[in-house]
Design a protein around this ligand. Structure first.
Ligand SMILES: *Cc1c(COP(=O)(O)O)cnc(C)c1O
Length: 357
């Protein structure tokens, strides 16, 4: 730390992303990326002409992509905001709607960035414990008087909350924003995006990083009432009006156009997820019911940290969170069938070495 850092950040604990290893070809199941490349349409559109156009600024209003998304989800362009990853939408929302008096609540086990943004912006927050089975108790979020942030499906559990319960949460917090982070919803969860037509306090956040194979392009979006979107646009134009670069806009548009490719990949992940969950259960794992592109699992005979290390030594990278309540679990991204076979092979080797198989 330099002696120049503002004291308001001296105690800030930053978000630590999953490893992006260089130089060794891991079976990479640690950051919930898609194992499939972006749509061929995306790849063909990022051509010489597009690259030449990098001399020009992108459209700060991102009209074309916002219109595409608006059509796709049944809204108008003014209901859509784009972010440099959905992380940026979260960041803008915390900045815009949460402060030391309105505060916010989110589950104690969820996406780690919520706490970081709350700390960054000096937001008063409460972490609400999950139930013992790792589900969210919706009633804990009724009439909180505070802004509510929930990932649905939740991370890193992969478990969903029903649309009916989410609607109750939205209804009972009419004077606060309810942010539903649907980063994983394409993999079998149920979106509440339709409720944006009904409630002016709902902000749904989505990403191109997981289901659309564009993690490296950094593209996310929010869907909400025109008023909420106008607030987020005010923040965006006050911070970085060119937050989405030209190539990413082009990639995003092509991705939305190629719906067949998108849906096909999702189905593959869902099929591989159920086979993987079965294979893990057969080997003695407890596996939570996942609606996401990962499973959250533990083996009674070995701690999470140790299993993570043993897998890494065998070339398989998964995610372990050194935190209370979930320290025994591993979050395993669903990759291709071939990658998951390698995972299972490595696990069999570990369990044999330990005399458990
Ligand atoms: C991955 C993830 C995000 C952020 O994704 P971006 O790459 O920034 O779009 C947001 N929320 C949850 C719950 C995630 O898992």
């Amino acid at each position: 730390m330099s002696r120049f850092l503002s004291p308001r950040f001296s105690a800030l604990e930053e978000y630590i992303p999953g490893e992006q290893p260089r130089g060794f070809d891991y079976v990479k199941l640690n950051t919930n990326e898609s194992p499939f490349p972006p749509s061929p349409l995306v790849i063909s559109r990022i051509n010489d002409a597009e690259v030449s156009n990098l001399k020009l600024y992108p459209d700060p209003e991102c009209k074309e992509l916002r219109e595409k998304l608006a059509d796709y989800y049944g809204f108008e362009r003014e209901n859509i905001v784009l972010g440099n990853g959905s992380d940026e939408i979260l960041s803008m929302a915390f900045m815009a709607f949460c402060d030391s008096s309105t505060g916010c609540v989110f589950p104690n086990i969820s996406y780690g960035f919520y706490k970081v943004y709350a700390d960054l912006y000096g937001v008063d927050y409460t972490e609400i414990p999950l139930k013992e089975d790792f589900s969210i108790n919706a009633a804990d979020y009724f009439a909180t008087g505070r802004n509510v942030v929930i990932a649905n499906p939740n991370a890193p559990t992969g478990m969903s909350l029903s649309s009916e319960k989410i609607e109750e949460i939205i209804k009972t917090n009419p004077d606060r924003v309810v942010l539903i982070d649907e980063a994983y919803v394409d993999f079998g969860g149920k979106s509440v995006v339709e409720l944006v037509h009904k409630y002016d306090n709902l902000l749904v956040v989505r990403t191109f990083s997981k289901s659309r194979s564009l993690a490296g392009a950094r593209l996310g979006f929010g869907i909400a009432s025109k008023e909420i979107i106008a607030d987020l646009e005010k923040i965006r134009f006050s911070n970085n009006p060119y937050n989405i670069n030209r190539l990413t806009l082009t990639a995003g548009i092509a991705s939305v156009e190629d719906d067949t490719y998108f849906k096909g990949n999702i189905q593959k992940i869902i099929n591989t997820r159920s086979r993987t969950a079965e294979n893990l259960k057969k080997r003695g794992f407890t596996v939570l019911d996942s609606d996401a592109n990962f499973v959250f699992a533990k083996h009674g005979c070995m701690g999470g940290r140790e299993l993570y290390m043993e897998l890494k030594a065998r070339g398989v990278l998964v995610r372990h969170f050194d935190k209370p309540l979930i320290g025994d679990y591993l979050r395993i991204t669903i990759g291709t069938d071939d990658q998951m076979e390698k995972l299972i092979g490595a696990l069999d080797d570990i369990l044999k070495t330990e005399g458990m198989l």
